[in-house]
Design a protein around this ligand. Structure first.
Ligand SMILES: [Zn+2]
Length: 432
């Protein structure tokens, strides 16, 4: 089918530029009414740009019916459409293009929406009937036209929209189906009737008639193991919900479930080392002048303690061009089991005070020695209490060229940091 443009007003002297454009794709044609310039011209004359509600309703009804038909034919992709006032898109199987154009033209020029309604009614598929309760065999050529596999997929999607479970199987020339309503879906619909206007439960308590067809058992699923089962029942208990996961994500963000899962796995097991990153040895020292792939990786790791500690800023932000810093800002990444399980952000400073590590005691003598200073230490949850923190502090000291006891800690030192410091430097530490 060739692309076509039909001017709604044929008179060449008319300045009315409304037109219908027909474009074919593999599965269907798009019939687009272009009112763009017309809306502008009409607005200049003081016209109301919005379409009447019954126009939109009729267009939506015709579009939905056509989309169902196209999906029923096997199309699995998405539809993108405008709903006015500048563009109105309808879709049509190739055989329905002319009827669609005629109906759309009458709606636009004569405000006669009956053609769109008639089109929608003609295209409407007996979906409610297909999804009736009970075991049935629908025959291709009698009950439906598409290939059985395609039809079953279409029906499954429709069933899922209604909250139904479709126990179905396609055969060479038919589909066997038994739609049922899970108790949870029933409960949702009864609890929120305003979200499901007109909903009627036709499925619960449906009793199979004596002469219901018997589906040949092919043993390829455990569907039959649920036949005659008693539904699970539910109770409402005042259980604790919400709050925060130890990884720092909010537990009630169900919508973000996969985000939380991914984050939680990295927090618990360490951040996966990207493929294609050459990494020799266990410890990588990343500076603000390192390649961007490394600095991005540090940023990713720094998100873990940031989230866990609810800090406003991550301990790593050098994501621009390589750039030296006066304090040698750097990060140490420790690898184990192909993941980054330990992280230290550090820089060098020369303003420190001594602290004897006794809780509540004041900081002591000032010191102006240049020392490596720990900004943050983080160890993946599953690797904690295994001496990795100590390994990291020692690595920082060795890299700088001092002893672990000479390292400076950023105050206030957390409880976990104090335990680590007491082990590494029982006589006291430098803080800043
Ligand atoms: Zn979590």
């Amino acid at each position: 089918m060739t692309e076509r443009t039909i001017h709604l007003v044929a008179d060449p002297s008319s300045r009315d530029t409304r037109k219908i454009r027909i474009r074919a794709s593999r599965w269907f044609a798009t019939v687009q009414l272009d009112r763009d310039s017309y809306v502008d011209a009409d607005a200049a004359r003081g016209g109301e740009p919005d379409l009447p509600a019954d126009y939109i309703e009729a267009v939506d009804k015709a579009r939905n019916a056509a989309m169902d038909c196209i999906r029923y034919d096997g199309y699995r992709g998405a539809f993108y459409f405008g709903r006015g006032p500048r563009w109105i898109d309808l879709f049509a199987r190739f055989r329905d293009v002319e009827a669609t154009v005629v109906a759309l033209r009458a709606a636009e020029l004569e405000h006669d929406y009956s053609g769109l309604h008639a089109l929608a009614d003609r295209l409407a598929l007996p979906i409610d009937e297909w999804l009736s309760p009970g075991e049935r065999e629908l025959i291709r050529g009698v009950d439906f036209e598409s290939p059985p596999g395609v039809f079953l997929k279409f029906l499954r999607a429709k069933a899922a929209k209604c909250g139904l479970r479709l126990n179905g199987r396609a055969t060479a020339g038919s589909v066997w189906i038994r739609p049922t309503l899970p108790a949870a879906q029933k409960q949702i619909r009864e609890m929120f009737p305003e979200q499901y206007p007109g909903w009627v439960d036709r499925w619960t308590g449906y009793i199979e008639s004596e002469d219901a067809p018997f589906r040949p058992w092919v043993g390829d699923s455990d569907e039959d193991l649920s036949r005659g089962a008693i539904p699970v029942h539910f109770q409402q208990l005042a259980s604790e919900s919400g709050g925060e996961c130890p990884c720092g994500m909010r537990l009630q963000d169900v919508g973000d479930d996969s985000v939380h899962r991914v984050h939680h796995a990295s927090w618990a097991l360490g951040v996966r080392v990207p493929k294609g990153l050459s990494w020799w040895g266990d410890l990588a020292v990343v500076t603000t002048q390192s390649p961007i792939s490394w600095r991005k990786l540090v940023y990713q790791v720094a998100r873990m303690p940031q989230k866990e500690g609810n800090y406003d800023f991550p301990s790593w932000s050098h994501m621009g061009e390589p750039e030296a810093t006066s304090d040698s800002y750097r990060a140490y990444l420790l690898k184990a089991d192909e993941r980054i399980v330990g992280y230290v952000a550090a820089h060098d400073t020369n303003e420190h005070r001594h602290w004897d590590l006794v809780d509540g005691s004041k900081y002591g003598v000032e010191d102006a020695t240049l020392r490596p200073r720990i900004i943050l230490i983080w160890v993946a949850d599953a690797y904690r209490h295994r001496g990795i923190g100590a390994t990291l502090v020692k690595a920082l000291a060795t890299d700088f060229g001092c002893k672990a006891a000479d390292v400076s800690w950023s105050a206030p030192v957390s409880a976990a940091g104090r335990r680590l410091a007491r082990r590494l430097s029982p006589g006291g530490i430098w803080v800043s």
